[in-house]
Ligand binder design. Structure first.
Ligand code: FAD
Length: 290
């Protein structure tokens, strides 16, 4: 339970972190909250030769309203997001942040660390997928943005390139009459998701669904957008029968994981239940936002 030896470096700006990554090379890793990286190092699943601590880069922290979007700094802690006021339609953010791990995890862990670690059972992936977020990264070549839908490449692997740092997550401000929600069936010990579902729903004045997105975590080996569900939501008045029919497609095209926590058939079933509940919760909020 003792990590292999490493050198420790502290960056005080993003530019400094990028420079340190260039100087220290591929064996260096960024350290944010340390709540995924340090356990992996203690188990010797990760053996970085150098750690670059970004924990004091203040420009990476905080929630800003920028025109038609909300920008969340990568270093913003789960607890800060759980206690924040988000615009109508982005409620899935506070739902998610408030049920990650326990209070200690939420006070150290960061949204950026979670999205870069890309644990297939983590909660944020479902939410960034459902809320159409954009991830802002920067490296020696300057900044670029990656759509959440293109971020998760494989288990524990993202579109982040060597030498790049995630600086922010941008959530577009949703139109009127939009609601969102995140719910999960959690493992008892760690609170990671066995299945987590995020939904965003927009309705018109007659209650007909005009736009929707659903993100699912914990079911496949990477988080995904449940597009078959969305196909059956948009254009319809979402009564119980319509919701059940749409949610029945929650695991379409996915090969669910079997592990010690749940087998594939159970995960596929729970995905349907949680997608239905998340859409229902988002719909109720969309109605209230009218
Ligand atoms: P770190 O551990 O510091 O870093 C994780 C990885 O991301 C490292 O590879 C690091 O180099 C990289 N990284 C970090 N920041 C950046 C950046 N800005 N740019 C580029 N790379 C970066 N998660 C859940 O989703 N749900 C849970 O219920 C849950 N329960 C937990 C329970 C326990 C007991 C523990 C220990 C963890 C749990 N977690 C859970 C994970 C927790 O949310 C982590 O804090 C989070 O996944 C990682 O964030 P971090 O800031 O600690 O990142």
């Amino acid at each position: 339970m003792i990590p292999a030896a490493f050198s420790y470096h502290r960056a005080s700006t993003v530019d400094e972190a990028v420079q340190l990554m260039q100087d220290l090379g591929a064996d260096a890793r960024l350290l944010a909250g340390g709540h995924s990286l340090l356990p992996a190092m203690k188990l010797r699943l990760a053996r970085p030769a150098a750690l670059i601590d970004i924990g004091r880069v203040e420009s990476l922290r905080g929630i800003r309203q920028e025109g038609d979007r909300i920008e969340v700094g990568a270093l913003t802690r789960h607890a800060d997001l759980a206690g924040s006021r988000v615009p109508a339609g982005l409620e899935g953010i506070t739902d998610c942040a408030g049920i990650i791990g326990d209070p200690q995890i939420r006070r150290r862990g960061t949204i950026g660390g979670s999205l870069c670690h890309a644990d297939p059972a983590a909660d944020w992936p479902a939410v960034v997928l459902a809320l159409d977020a954009e991830l802002v990264v920067t490296g020696a070549g300057g900044p670029r943005t990656v759509a959440a839908a293109d971020w998760f490449v494989a288990p524990f692997m993202t579109a982040l390139q060597p030498g790049e740092i995630l600086t922010a997550v941008r959530f577009p401000r949703p139109p009127a009459r939009t609601g969102s929600a995140y719910l999960k069936l959690a493992r008892k010990a760690s609170d990671f998701a066995i299945v987590g579902a995020a939904a965003r729903v927009t309705v018109d004045a007659d209650g007909r669904c005009t736009a929707a997105a659903v993100g699912v975590t914990g079911v496949g080996d990477v988080p995904y957008r449940a597009s078959a569900v969305v196909d059956l939501l948009v254009g319809r008045v979402l009564d119980d029968a319509a919701l059940a029919e749409a949610a029945g497609r929650a695991a379409d095209g996915v090969d669910p994981i079997s592990d010690v926590h749940a087998d594939a058939a159970y995960r596929a079933h729970v995905a349907q239940v949680y997608v239905r509940r998340a859409v229902q919760a988002a719909l109720a909020r969309a109605g209230r936002a009218a």
